[in-house]
Design a protein around this ligand. Structure first.
Ligand code: C2E
Ligand code: MG
Ligand code: MG
Length: 569
């Protein structure tokens, strides 16, 4: 490092071990040398050049030496005190560094040393405030952050005399990611600020409100009088949030869910536990649907732990080659021949065994892993279908399930096109299964995407038909080829008149819209006969065959040219 010229003497003196550690010693040595050396040299010359007697010379020298020593001692003494501002400032900085204790330095002096003390004190105070602000408050909403929330909650409780009950409410905006996607960044920030403002207006004076993460706010309701008061507060919060927001001239509707835990507070660590419990309850509330509140319970906790484990293990499962595709035949109910296969993914877990998609697909949908898993299933199923064709087997349709997350991706059509090219499969041998519920999200986008997919030449089936929201109005607009009657109706078709009525209605609807129709979950001869009578074209279910790995299906397909009475996997 280049040395500042002003520091040459200082750094030179710092080389002497005796002076190294003390700034005062450096100043004193210089003062001492500065006063003694010239004076004594002068005296010595004076005495030796005037022919004094030895006695006289020694006397003069002694007196001069004594006087100089006394003078120097007084100077050094004074210097020592004059150096006090520097020493004090340095000690104050050290103290702040090690103990975070703010210095009390004088601020009334105007010279350089005075400003050094005053500026140091002011800078440290400002720095401390800044650090406090940054580490305790959320800079978007100005509300306390998680750390301050926990500290305040703990302080509050530990100061109280009797064992207080506290409710921790965790409020999460429903589908904030989706909402913020549709808004400019600045608008979604303004929205969060407005939410914070509304929440502040709802809570009581002793309550603590904090902004924990983007779409999550925590409220500690201290000194709760009754269960009802907590419920009332939750309802108030939910209704306040569901009133429209006006941001930059735009009207925005949002809803929120709340997870609640009520407990005593033990130690500081317990505050974190309360937040975790509220988090679990929030998750449950969100599962129930929008604008709900829910209390924490240990059973929920256990289920969530399991989910978390699966979620962690699911990451990388695809890369580790743990995913496999099973195939289930779809049968023409008249000819009893296999007309298609549905690709159904399974997770070959190293310790849990074969995990059903019902267990991991919802998790993969939540964390987005479904995008890569879904694309892999599509590629594997198309490649397998082509491989069967190349092996000389009669070509059939391959049906692949699409998830909502895949459907939302703008490059879906491109991906499907690319997979078809890569696997060299003609589009007419691919069918994609979509569900009504996710088509109903953004109808315009759904219609556009379905049209583009159909233009590729592939088939679209509406899976689990009858279980979603009523979409009869829109059914006409969705360019689909096929309805798959959900197995919940098929299963009771011979025992429950309502299920039979729904099944009949769906078959009639499909006919009038000129759509093909498949019944899912056919398990018995009676169900099959019922469906045949009503004119249902295709069936899928354990009665014909359970989902099986490709090699088992190969044998089935080889016999497919024959009329199939029963296909048992
Ligand atoms: P789905 O698309 O409705 O698939 C039919 C489900 O019904 C399959 O369950 C199948 O094994 C089951 N099933 C078929 N016949 C019968 C029957 O006769 N009786 C009964 N009780 N069940 C029958 P699976 O394989 O467990 O798949 C469950 C769901 O997971 C699927 O429902 C589908 O929504 C989803 N899924 C499976 N694979 C994928 C995939 O690759 N991507 C996506 N996004 N979802 C998938
Ligand atoms: Mg399906
Ligand atoms: Mg289905």
């Amino acid at each position: 490092m280049k040395l500042n010229r002003n520091l040459y003497l200082y750094s030179f003196l710092a080389k002497f071990s005796l002076l190294k550690k003390s700034y005062t010693a450096k100043i004193m040595s210089v003062a001492f040398l500065g006063t003694h050396v010239p004076l004594l040299t002068l005296l010595f010359c004076f005495v030796t050049s005037n022919s004094y007697s030895w006695e006289m010379a020694i006397r003069v020298l002694l007196i001069a030496l004594l006087a100089t020593l006394t003078g120097t001692a007084a100077t050094l003494y004074a210097l020592h005190y004059l150096l006090a501002p520097v020493i004090l400032t340095s000690a104050a900085l050290q103290d702040y560094l090690h103990t975070k204790k703010l210095p009390e330095l004088p601020t009334e002096y105007a010279d350089e040393a005075g400003t050094l003390m005053a500026d140091t004190a002011q800078t440290l105070h400002k720095l401390d405030e800044l650090i406090h602000q940054i580490s305790n408050y959320d800079n978007l909403t100005g509300l306390p952050n998680r750390d301050l929330f926990c500290d305040r909650l703990y302080q509050n409780i530990s100061q109280s005399q009797n064992q207080q009950m506290v409710a921790v409410l965790l409020l999460g905006i429903d589908d904030f990611t989706g909402i913020s996607h549709g808004l400019e960044h600045e608008k979604s920030n303004l929205l969060l600020r407005s939410v914070a403002q509304r929440l502040t207006n709802c809570i009581g004076q002793t309550d603590i409100l904090a902004h924990l993460s983007q779409d999550e706010f925590a409220i500690a309701h201290i000194d709760i009088l009754s269960f009802e008061s907590v419920i009332k507060l939750s309802q108030l919060l939910l209704s306040t949030i569901s009133k429209p927001f006006f941001i930059d001239g735009q009207q925005i509707h949002i809803t929120a869910s709340i997870g609640i835990t009520i407990n005593h507070i033990g130690d500081r660590h317990y505050v974190d536990q309360l937040l975790q419990q509220a988090h679990i309850a929030l998750y449950q509330a969100k599962q129930q649907g929008r604008s709900q509140y829910r209390f924490y319970s240990p059973e929920i906790n256990a289920r969530l732990q399991e989910r978390l484990t699966i979620e962690n293990e699911l990451r990388g499962a695809l890369e580790r080659g743990e995913m496999v595709v099973y195939y289930q035949p779809l049968i023409d109910l008249q000819t009893r021949q296999i007309t298609a296969l549905e690709a159904l993914v399974r997770w070959q877990h190293p310790t849990r065994g074969l995990v059903s998609p019902a267990q991991f697909i919802p998790i993969a949908e939540d964390n987005g892993l479904i995008i890569s898993i879904g694309e892999w299933v599509l590629r594997t199923a198309c490649a397998q279908n082509r491989a069967w064709q190349l092996a000389g087997i009669e070509p059939i349709r391959m049906s692949v399930n699409l998830s909502a997350r895949q459907f939302e991706k703008p490059n879906l059509v491109e991906v499907v096109k690319q997979v078809l090219q890569e696997t060299d499969l003609a589009a007419s041998y691919l069918e994609l299964e979509v569900t009504e519920s996710f088509l109903m999200g953004d109808i315009q986008h759904s219609v556009k995407t379905l049209k583009q997919l159909r233009e590729l030449g592939l088939w679209i089936a509406l899976d689990d038909f009858g279980t979603g929201y009523s979409s009869l109005n829109y059914l006409n607009r969705f360019p689909v080829n096929m309805l798959k009657i959900d197995r919940s109706f098929v299963q009771n078709v011979t025992s429950n008149s309502d299920s039979a009525a729904v099944t009949d209605a769906i078959i009639a609807l499909a006919k009038s819209l000129q759509l093909k129709i498949t019944a899912e979950g056919v398990e018995t001869q009676e169900q099959l006969e019922y469906l045949q009578q009503r004119g249902c074209q295709e069936g899928q279910g354990f009665y014909f065959g359970i989902p099986a790995p490709a090699d088992k299906i190969t044998d089935l397909l080889k016999h497919n040219s024959r009329q199939l009475e029963h296909i048992v996997a």
